[in-house]
Ligand binder design. Structure first.
Ligand code: SF4
Length: 377
């Protein structure tokens, strides 16, 4: 089973913390949709003999598309790929695009999962992040969306400057009040070259400390586990049956095709990434060339990726898979490196699977870095 990711590189305005690829000018929207359809067609042979189980519209802000444009893209996928009977089709959406009319149109379309960028229910946080929606719109769109969609995920950001633990608690409780089955929650990170980085550099904003951020994560984890969610990946919490099939497939190293500027692809052997420039992307596709760079992954790269994603998820890292796929040297190495984390109860072995403990989950990236291999020949 494979997945198709479609990147919609447009946003109404730039959030202060964001380093994704997008343009705030919609002038090229129609040309972009045409190019996306054409890239889907150009790459149809990459999935020969494979079925597509998930289609994911990410961005950017995919909800800036008209329902007719979304339908055109889904129809193009269906025309050129073998799609399973009931695929998961997710649309990332922002509250300011989700009017009642739009939600009704989407509910009548093949989209069956909404991932809504709420980020916070508090005005001061939304302003600080320069989100295009306000607190009222955040709540209103969730009320409307949950009346028409069963499978909804929301994004929430923690570790924001000046966000008290009490305000974070209220954010989580508000989210739970809507009865949604999935929450993706990320710590605010200060990415280079963003407005947020400039504010921090100029001293206008003091980022949350690591301790505050960890406290937020611990509260999130405890509250959501108590409410019946599983933390199936460090940033993703789902009720049973509501894990993101699309993202789970990434974390389990399944194949996917990424369509659109800046989209990444993985075919089991190599990673590819499309050019992150809208006009150049469109021009190249018009000339029947997918503007993609590729990198063939070495065994060490694959091992490192598997360890990194495995430790971030409830599926962990299979020691027998390490031995069969990479060889016994890798298994010996990972066990040797894992020893101190096993002693500190940050990792444990469940059967033959190496996993992070509840305490170790937040530190998964740092632990994984210590288990990485540096080009062992
Ligand atoms: S809406 Fe999303 S992609 Fe667009 S600027 Fe904000 S965070 Fe970035």
């Amino acid at each position: 089973m494979s997945g198709i990711y479609i990147h919609i590189p447009f946003c109404k305005q730039a959030c202060h913390y964001c380093d994704f690829h997008f343009s705030t000018s919609m002038v090229k929207k129609e040309a972009m949709v045409k190019a996306l359809c054409k890239e889907l067609e150009l790459r149809k042979n990459e999935f020969k003999g494979e079925q597509v189980a998930t289609i994911y519209f990410g961005g950017g802000t995919p909800s800036v598309l008209e329902t007719e444009e979304i339908a055109r893209l889904i129809n193009t996928v269906r025309e050129h790929y073998d799609v399973v009977d009931n695929p998961e089709i997710t649309l990332e959406a922002n509250p300011d695009n989700l009017s009642e009319e739009k939600i009704l149109q989407l509910a009548a379309s093949p989209i069956n999962r909404l991932s809504i960028g709420i980020q916070s229910f508090f005005e001061e946080d939304l302003k600080l992040m320069n989100r295009a929606h306000n607190a009222l719109e955040a709540e209103k769109c969730l009320q409307l969306a949950s009346a028409h969609f069963d499978n909804i995920s929301i994004d929430l950001i923690y570790g924001m400057p000046n966000m008290t633990l009490e305000r974070w608690k209220q954010n989580i409780e508000k989210a739970l009040g809507f009865g949604i089955p999935h929450i993706s929650s990320y710590a605010l990170t200060v990415e280079p070259k963003t407005a947020l980085a400039k504010f921090v550099e100029d001293g206008f904003i003091i980022p949350a400390t690591d301790e505050e951020t960890q406290e937020h994560f611990n509260l999130l984890n405890e509250t959501l586990l108590a409410a019946g969610f599983d933390c199936y990946e460090i940033s993703n919490f789902g009720k049973p049956g509501y894990y993101s099939q699309n993202n789970s497939a990434y974390w389990q190293q399944k194949k996917y095709i990424g369509i659109g500027p800046s989209a990444h692809s993985f075919d089991g052997v190599q990673r590819g990434w499309n050019i992150n420039n809208n006009p150049k992307y469109i021009k190249s596709i018009e000339q029947d060339v997918v503007p993609m760079e590729v990198e063939v992954l070495s065994a060490t790269d694959k091992y490192n990726e598997y360890v990194m994603t495995g430790l971030r998820t409830i599926w962990g890292v299979s020691l027998s898979r390490i031995a069969t796929e990479f060889g016994s040297k890798y298994k010996e190495y990972i066990l040797m490196q894992a020893e101190k984390f096993l002693e500190e109860h940050l990792l444990f072995v469940d059967g033959e699977i190496l996993k992070t403990t509840k305490k170790g989950m937040f530190l998964a990236d740092g632990i994984a870095a210590d288990l990485f291999m540096v080009n062992l020949k």
